[in-house]
Ligand binder design. Structure first.
Ligand code: PLP
Ligand code: LYS
Length: 416
């Protein structure tokens, strides 16, 4: 929240009152802070200075072109999970040679495109995928650089929907199989093994799961060495949690320091794929109160943002802060459920929030920079909101609010 602060009872995004942004760009509105994105990227990069490393920002967290461009200018790499994300990275000025490609379902066309532009590495998640990459690379007369994504069977102690490194999850290749799959990969003509990859989940707030995963990865690396397979990089994925409410996750500096200590004098290039830790607290969602509806059991504040704009509360029962754009001198707090216009009982942004509300008030949902707009949809045929990036006292429109025409583009009625 450091770049979103109150000055004389008004909430500011860097040097701009959010009220001014809402007036200029309308609501709902995603607002990102450039300085905050930069600071959070540097928080990862600085503790790694002096050793080979690459921070591959996880595009899925916030794929806005302006956001990607801010990071590309800092020299960031990118972790992608689709050709769509790859095209965004390229459009935003990202370097394909700093792109790693994760995901369990890479399509042939996506593999072809990634080979054409020359990405750094495919993070391979199954034997079938390895075989497909070999076939595509052969057909293109190329050699594909790969890591195997190893599923270390470590409990990340996070929400079950965002835990990825357990045997029961669809991600990666089981730890016990990994050595064999590396041997298979080593025998393929159009595959070049360059690393080992692992990502155990998201919003992880303790160090121990990361360290347990690293221990298993290092064990594997030693085994691979015995097999004559040399590893150039370790990709330790993303997943570092942030504070939404009262969580106390390690800072990137603490997290990196703990991993470096565990690595000792091993000299791999280190790759990280942070998404949330860079973007979540670099953004807010502004929304206006449309109606107040007070009842016997519950008071509802119906706002103009909904689950289609910010899905996390509905999907994971996630808690995100909801704060006023202006702090009032008079009136008093009451408990409100902050709900959207969508026709679902699960359409809420927050429940039982103590706020002093009047219809027309502007509110900010905090920690909305990651998995906010990125997961927005047109449900209920609502237009997706605009996104702006604040840079000091300037606001750059990073994406226009969608229009109904854009929403319907490409659709048509039957000929008769
Ligand atoms: C392979 C991979 N890398 C990186 C990330 C980014 O995770 P986070 O936003 O938690 O840092 C994810 C999402 O969990 C992922 O699936
Ligand atoms: N969308 C999730 C995180 C998913 C992580 C992607 N692998 C969230 O909002 O918390």
């Amino acid at each position: 929240m450091d770049f979103f602060t109150y000055r004389e009872n008004q909430l500011y995004a860097e040097d701009l009152p959010v009220k001014q942004l809402a007036e200029e760009f309308g609501t709902p509105l995603y607002v990102y802070s450039r300085a905050s994105l930069e600071q959070r990227y540097q928080a990862y990069a600085e503790p790694l200075a002096g050793r080979p490393h690459l921070i591959c920002y996880a595009v899925k967290a916030n794929a806005n072109l302006g956001v990607l461009n801010v990071l590309a200018r800092l020299g960031s790499g990118f972790d992608i999970v689709s050709a769509g994300e790859l095209e965004r990275v390229l459009a935003a000025g990202g370097d394909p040679a700093r792109v790693v490609f994760s995901g369990v379902g890479k399509q042939t066309e996506e593999i072809r495109r990634a080979l054409t532009v020359g990405i750094k590495c495919f993070n391979v998640e199954s034997i079938a995928e390895l075989e497909r990459i070999e076939a595509v690379a052969e057909e293109m007369g190329q050699v594909a650089p790969i890591s195997i994504r190893v599923n270390p069977d470590v409990d990340p102690k996070t929400h079950p929907y965002i835990s990825t490194g357990l045997k029961a999850n669809k991600f990666g290749i089981a730890f016990d199989l990994a050595r064999e799959v590396y041997q298979q990969a080593a025998s393929l003509q159009h595959i070049k093994i360059i690393g080992v990859d692992c990502h155990i989940g998201s919003q992880i707030t303790q160090l121990s799961p990361f360290l347990d995963a690293l221990d298993r990865i290092l064990l594997l690396v030693d085994q691979l060495k015995e097999d004559g397979i040399e590893i150039h990089h370790l990709d330790l994925g993303g997943g570092l949690g942030v504070r939404y409410q009262d969580e106390t996750p390690p800072t990137p500096a603490e997290y990196v320091a703990a991993l470096l200590e565990r690595l000792g004098d091993r000299e791999f290039e280190l790759i990280f794929e942070p998404g949330r830790a860079i973007a979540a607290n670099a953004g807010i969602l502004l929304t206006q109160v449309e109606y107040l509806k007070e009842g016997e059991e519950k008071n509802f504040a119906i706002v103009d943002a909904a689950m289609n704009d910010l899905l996390r509360p509905a999907l994971y029962d996630a808690w995100q802060g909801i704060i006023p754009a202006s702090i009032k001198e008079d009136g008093s707090n009451k408990a409100w459920d902050i709900v959207g216009p969508v026709c679902e009982t699960g359409d809420f942004l927050g429940k039982d929030r103590e706020l002093n509300l009047t219809a027309g008030d502007l509110l900010a949902v905090t920690s909305a920079g990651a998995y906010g707009f990125a997961m927005a949809s047109n449900y209920n045929s609502r237009n997706r909101p605009a996104e702006v990036i604040v840079d000091g006292a300037e606001a750059h429109l990073a994406r226009q609010r969608e229009t109904y025409e854009q929403q319907m583009a490409g659709e048509q009625c039957l000929p008769k």
